[in-house]
Design a protein around this ligand. Sequence first.
Ligand code: FES
Length: 213
Amino acid sequence: MSKTTKDPQPELKPRSRRGFLKFAMALSSLLAVGGIVAVLKSITNPAPPGAGATGGVFPRVKVAQLSDLQVGQPIVFNYPLDDEPNILVKLGVKAVGGIGADEDIVAFSSICQHLGCIYGFQTTGSSPACNTSYKADRPVGYCCCHGSVYDFTNAANVISGPSPRPQPQVKLETDNSGNIYAVGMSPPTIFGHQTGSNDVSADLQGGNSVPVG
Ligand code: FES
């Protein structure tokens, strides 16, 4: 009876090993060159104005004219997507991130960071229709769903209510003709877009991602 044996695994011959080493060295050189090229590109082509944390680029959209604005009279516009409302208002008092000669023009997402209701603006001394016992002691956003109050003079930080975080602020610019443009968003993300994240490039994605509360 003949005995069958499997061929032993062929060994790499010295010549093959040398070839493999040459190939590995050439590959690592290519990867190193690729990394250097990427770094040089990022230096020579910095991210454009309005770029998000991971490179998303916000559109520059005209939203109003300076001459349209009256103190305490909000304007609503959609940005950055066409179904996402924001409140633009001239407060009459200097505000964090405010633009214009008086640095009092601000805009914030009007989708509440608590559970996504659309909230309204209250001038100093006014009350929302849903809660006449509340009187604003400064310009605020007031959400009638559960009573969150946002300080429009201070980056829409939460004054009271259940909201866990401030409202995203719209970055605004003006030109010499008095046009006002929206050019980006400041963190956190708009409610519904990776809610609670600071990566504002998520604001540019349609089909809202799952909120985390
Ligand atoms: S959704 Fe605005 S306070 Fe709850």
